[in-house]
Design a protein around this ligand. Sequence first.
Ligand SMILES: [Zn+2]
Length: 296
Amino acid sequence: MKDYLIRGASDDGALRFFACITTDLVEEARQIHDCYPVAAAALGRMLTVGSMMGTMLKSDGDILTLQINGKGPAKGIVVVSDNSGNVRGYINNPHVETMLKQSGKLDVGAAVGIDGNLTVIKDFGLKEPYVGQIPIVSGEIADDFTVYFANSEQTPSSVGLGVLVQPESHVSAAGGFIVQVMPEALDETIDKLEQNLIQVNLKSITSMINEGMNAEAIIGEVLKDIDFSIYEKKEIGYVCNCSRERVEKALISMGETEIRDIIETDEKAELACHFCSNKYHFNKEELINLLEQAKK
Ligand SMILES: [Zn+2]
């Protein structure tokens, strides 16, 4: 089964939901960044929520950036998405030593750490992007986004994220859901949802995906006894849109002094994309050309 995302709403209009399976794209991220297990789980949860939040964007060209910068050994994570739900991201320290909770589960909260912020940036191509920020609650990521939606977007939401990493490190299951309560929701529906979420949390989203439950089945558990419809189902993946032109622009924006410095000391430059590790090489002649452009 390829990675995919579904979205829809309860038939009474009280709830809207997103759910996805992200096993392949999280495994791809793990391979690109050589993540150790805790780092793979932390980055994987951010990629999973990023994909779902990306599809909340209305227009093509809108860009969502998620940043979490706790003081834990992961040293911060960045994820970028758009309304296709495709994602890319990186973790500043992919080699976080394995940290376990007493339950034996990977301790993502300790790896991410607290004393920092969760920041959500939505760039609609306007002068100023939308920026929402909350202090990190636990670093477990799902909890942090639940609080973000309540406080910054005034939308009561439940976020469930799961990434299962095998001891030898490969990602065997990943996915998640977001359910949001609309202002017109009746207490009866909210009560049902809350009861269902208690059961879902007991079971844990990771074990549900590991049992082979797909996104539809997970939403079926979250919205048990609530009538709902799926409006859209689409494939999602790990997609980077870097290009030589973008890297050239980044180099030019570094300014004359910096570029001259590179030419004088190294006579060449190799730049790697943060998101996909693609390498871009520039020889002396090409750097001189960029220097000319930086002067303009
Ligand atoms: Zn790239």
